[in-house]
Design a protein around this ligand. Structure first.
Ligand SMILES: [Zn+2]
Length: 322
């Protein structure tokens, strides 16, 4: 599956038919960002080869870029008022910039700052590349500013946009971009890439390389998810309080894992209560990053049969009595 995407990208490079904006989308953890970097390196490679040759000056600069920490690549400019503002990440490659949020979103100043870059002729390679990732972190002002640039596509510059949330990208940007879906990895591909061969992990990873690697290194995560999904109500309450102390990233992994488990059960049993729980988890994934407590979300999933939901408030009393 993944090879098909790479073959397609390779054909674009070799036929020199690279769109000025390419939007790579697909589920989280399926390797979109790695593909985008590989593609960017190929577009810039002095031998114009895909996969990139890895040897030329351009490829060396790109490798160097990838080996550095974000803090070493921060590039600042000035906003309208003359205040210093983060623009993008850049290393030694004169024809490559990486637009990414400094905190939570990509702002309009960053797009404006990149404009100075995109309309200049390339200095080393035949092309210039702006990688925007995650593209859905552009706020609406930034998206509109980017749209203006795409409406007058700079001659040599290619935009690579990467997102797991295609619906958050303005339809006008989507229609000006070439859309390419990166499919989930097959269990076999994950096995080859990670060395994981536990069938449960392969199944629950649902094609996500990230999840497979996380489950491989963090065995408690899978155990906790199992206890929550299959244990009684008391276990759920106990675990909910425990996971409250986890960091946000681990909490998000746990919710995604619960989602995968419930999804699997839903496919087998077609339970309406599992469907409702799945909807709540989807919403929860969104709310979690906005500060709602994970324990509250988990309490909402409790009650009734294992995961049937109470419509009203969930109290310890209701949970126990059900
Ligand atoms: Zn090269």
């Amino acid at each position: 599956m993944r090879e098909r995407v790479r073959k397609f990208l390779s054909a674009l490079v070799h036929r020199r038919r690279v769109p000025s904006s390419l939007l790579l989308f697909g589920k989280e953890g399926v390797g979109k960002k790695d593909l985008a970097f590989e593609f960017a390196s190929a577009l810039l490679c002095l031998k114009e080869s895909y996969p990139p040759c890895g040897e030329c000056t351009s490829c060396k600069h790109m490798k160097n870029f990838l080996s550095k920490k974000k803090e070493e690549l921060l590039f600042y400019g000035e906003d309208k008022t003359g205040k210093s503002t983060f623009l993008f990440l850049r290393g030694d490659h004169p024809d490559f910039v990486y637009l990414t949020p400094e905190k939570s979103e990509i702002k309009i100043d960053q797009i404006r700052g990149a404009k100075d870059f995109v309309y200049l002729a390339p200095a080393l390679s035949k092309r210039k590349v702006v990688l925007v990732e995650p593209a859905d972190s552009m706020n609406p002002y930034a998206q509109n500013a980017l749209l203006k640039v795409l409406e007058e596509p700079p001659l040599h510059t290619h935009f690579l946009l990467v997102t797991a949330h295609l619906q958050k990208i303005l339809p006008t940007i989507r229609s000006r971009s070439f859309l390419l879906e990166v499919p989930p990895l097959t269990p076999q591909e994950i096995k080859e890439l990670t060395g994981v061969d536990d069938p449960l992990i392969l199944e629950l990873s649902e094609g996500s390389l990230k999840m497979a690697l996380k489950l491989k290194e963090d065995t408690e995560l899978l155990k906790t998810a199992q206890a929550i999904a299959e244990g009684d109500i008391l276990t759920l309450y106990r675990k909910a309080l425990e996971v409250e102390k986890w960091d946000m990233e681990r909490q998000l992994y746990l919710l995604k894992l619960l989602q995968a488990k419930l999804h699997r059960r839903f496919l087998q049993k077609r339970n309406s209560s599992d469907k409702q729980a799945l909807d709540r988890i989807s919403a929860g994934l969104e709310y979690l990053s906005r500060g709602i407590k994970l324990s509250l979300l988990l309490f909402q999933l409790a009650g009734g049969e294992k995961h049937a939901l109470h419509k009203g408030k969930v109290s310890r009393q209701q949970g126990l009595s059900s």
